[in-house]
Design a protein around this ligand. Sequence first.
Ligand SMILES: Nc1ncnc2c1ncn2[C@@H]1O[C@H](COP(=O)(O)OP(=O)(O)OP(=O)(O)O)[C@@H](O)[C@H]1O
Ligand SMILES: [Mg+2]
Length: 339
Amino acid sequence: MDGVANQHSGMGPDVDPEQARELAQLLGPLDESTLEGANARRMVIAVGGGKGGIGKSLIAANLGVYLSQRGAKVVLVDADLGGANLHTCLGVKPPRTTLSDFVNRRVNDLNEVVANTGIPNLGLISGALDQLSAANPKYTQKLRILREVSRLDVDAIIIDLGGGTGFNILDFFLIADHGILTVVPEPTSIENAYRFIKAAYYRRLKTAEMSWNLRPLVEAAMSDRGSQGLRTPADLVAYVEKRDPEGGARLRHELERFPLELIVNQARSPEEERLGEAIADACRKYFGIRMQFLGAVPFDDAVWQSVRHRRPVLIDAPQSLASQSIMRIADTLGVRISR
Ligand SMILES: Nc1ncnc2c1ncn2[C@@H]1O[C@H](COP(=O)(O)OP(=O)(O)OP(=O)(O)O)[C@@H](O)[C@H]1O
Ligand SMILES: [Mg+2]
């Protein structure tokens, strides 16, 4: 459990118990009985990866294009709060109204921030923030964004998270029904993906422990971890479960339904495509959480050509291998079309 104590104590000085409870509620139903309601709501898909230049925007934009072509009403959210450029992937100008107008209460309804992309059924909320401080919005502001984003009246909300593992990025990732991690077959990208999973895991643990007063036990586990032989996060949950069966089971349940999914991008061989299974396996063993490998997107010249043409690859080269694989992945997400 390298670095666990650090991760744990650094889980966000900005969170108090009440906010943690509100965040936990936003993160989804706390028990199975409310799952039906949860399924009925719009689907939130977040695309992250903890590293720059690995295809997060490519995947987010083209998932959006495909689902909207299929008739779903979709809003893309550029949550790359410092370096928003999703509009470029879609070939449109930077939207005039952005999330910063919502954060600064120049507009009160998030729907007013949704810009046209020229693609039917596909809207865009740009994260371009005109004030540096707003790139790190306060916790209450962030909760307001998270709440309103998940209430947008559409079939799917696709969030492009940008790079890094900051709390804002993690919270956007954790409210999603599909938390998609993107990796490219390079050691640095895989390393960053593990860092991302670890940070998201402890962020989730933190909100769960604060909501259910499990903090003393989790802290005891941290300080006992040497003598108790706790090596992995899965060991930690077992420790809590042994001493508080009900609380521990809740914790296990919450962490098990972590919405973790994986796409391997820029795969150049079948071995690289299969890397996804190996990562998912390692994740299961170490964290005790299920990670679903959604599939691979091959390295494809059609992608960078489409970037030069300033058009999504799905429109520029729908027959390309990259487009076809993104379509296959989109079909597995189970987005419901309301009309
Ligand atoms: N499957 C692919 N085949 C070929 N080139 C690709 C592929 N995926 C991504 N690229 C190239 O990598 C570039 C970066 O992709 P993209 O902008 O989607 O990454 P990102 O993760 O969103 O980056 P950032 O963190 O900077 O926002 C693209 O402009 C494209 O040229
Ligand atoms: Mg990007």
